[in-house]
Design a protein around this ligand. Structure first.
Ligand code: TYD
Length: 212
């Protein structure tokens, strides 16, 4: 475990419903009397939110894959150091909307950087801190496209706006992680209404040895 608390990450492609599920899970755990810190990446601290703006803005010429990976790792380092580790140390549950596996899926699967390099950046930046459990919200691309159309109305950010082939590589990378690292991942069917998906999330947590 990553300290006295509990560290849960939510991962998946665009439009999978991570933010909604993160919020519902936070409410459920707070109702059980737990202290919950709900946060997101890139972001979560002042410094990391500033890096987020640099990464996702659609102005300017953008970043190459290596610079992008370094910026995500730098944002994560600040987030881990200032928010996540202190919260875990005092026994809180940390729920994080995206974390390291997004770098592995987007900058690795999407952009072709090596998984070993991305893990090295994480070791250097954040001493390799991993969640106790990562929930992968899996949604067929047609469903995701429909949700995004409603949410973004054509105004996606710099990374969300990349082409379908890029997002297919990202989705395949996430599926590969869940298959090859089953001890770390719970794969959640993200189709259906938010309440149905939330019930699947709670069932996945109840199945864990440590219990939320
Ligand atoms: P965000 O709006 O937070 O995610 P979503 O679109 O899922 O609601 O945008 C974050 C974007 O950054 C998203 O396209 C995924 C991407 N990303 C990476 O490429 N690498 C990373 O390490 C992280 C954390 C996010």
């Amino acid at each position: 475990m990553a300290g006295a608390g509990l560290f849960i990450a939510l991962e998946g492609g665009e439009g999978a419903g991570k933010s909604t599920q993160a919020r519902l899970l936070a409410e459920a755990l707070r109702a059980q009397g737990r202290e919950v810190v709900l946060t997101r990446e890139p972001g979560g601290t002042e410094g990391a939110e500033a890096i987020r703006a640099l990464l996702l803005s659609t102005e300017g010429e953008g970043w190459g894959p290596r610079a992008e990976a370094l910026l995500f790792a730098a944002a994560r380092a600040d987030h881990v150091d200032k928010l996540i580790r202190p919260a875990l140390a005092r026994g809180a549950v940390v729920i994080c909307d995206r974390y390291l596996d997004s770098s592995r899926a987007y900058q690795g699967g999407g952009d072709g950087l090596s998984d070993a390099d991305l893990r090295d950046l994480h070791r250097i930046g954040s001493e390799g801190l991993l969640p106790d459990l990562t929930l992968l919200l899996a949604l067929p691309p047609e469903d995701a496209a429909q949700r995004l159309e409603l949410r973004d109305r054509g105004a996606a950010d710099r990374i969300g706006g990349r082409d379908a082939a890029y997002h297919a590589r990202v989705a395949a990378a996430f599926e590969g992680f869940a298959r090859t690292e089953p001890a770390r991942f719970a794969r959640i069917d993200a189709t259906g209404a938010p309440g149905e998906v939330h019930a699947r999330v709670l069932a996945a947590l109840a199945g864990q040895a440590w219990r939320a």
